[in-house]
Design a protein around this ligand. Sequence first.
Ligand code: URA
Length: 234
Amino acid sequence: MNFAEPLKQLQDHLEMLKRSGVDFISIRQEKQTPTVSNIAVEPLGLASPKETLLAFRETVLQCAKCSELSRTRKSVVFGSGNVRAQLVFVGEAPGHDEDLQGLPFVGKAGQLLTKIIESIGLTRQNVFICNVLKCRPPGNRNPLPNEISNCEPYLFEQLEIIQPKIICALGTFAAQTLLKTQSPISALRGRFHEFRGAKLICTFHPAYLLRNPEEKKKVWEDMKMIRAELASYA
Ligand code: URA
């Protein structure tokens, strides 16, 4: 294509404008087509811990990894409380009342746990409460090793989402599952352990305390350690 003639016409036109006193003309810019390099990068909308935990709950509610437990359960007891809790309590497994209500620690042991939580100036709404097993073992039998290995990834994921500063393992099953040990609870309690960047303390299960009330003072010692640790973050 020969541009000489239109270019000459344009130059003449500009000269004429200049002679008549025009020294500025505005040039219309074509609208830019967005390309990968000129689109402003928007931060991706990250889901909040609450949304993440609620979505994860939906997955856990569908679980059928343990054929006996998924057949006999009335509810999957995911856990309840504050998604941003600094303190998470982990029990063993739902019992009869928990299975009926779909909530953790709502029976007699749960009432004692509520008092234990309140003894350090907190409420159940301040903390998160869950169990190693999300389904009730029939007749309240102990969790089986394969049930624990099926269910523990759910617990670990819950802790990953909530990111508590302190985890309190209630009783042997929670302590041994989280610490990957066979040591008895009496040897594990009374000090902080490390769990994936959080402080983990083990103490006696409230159901054990109902049968052995003389052990309550040891739990009180453990709770005071939690209270002091929480105060150090304030
Ligand atoms: N015992 C547990 O370990 N968990 C519950 O939720 C209730 C009783």
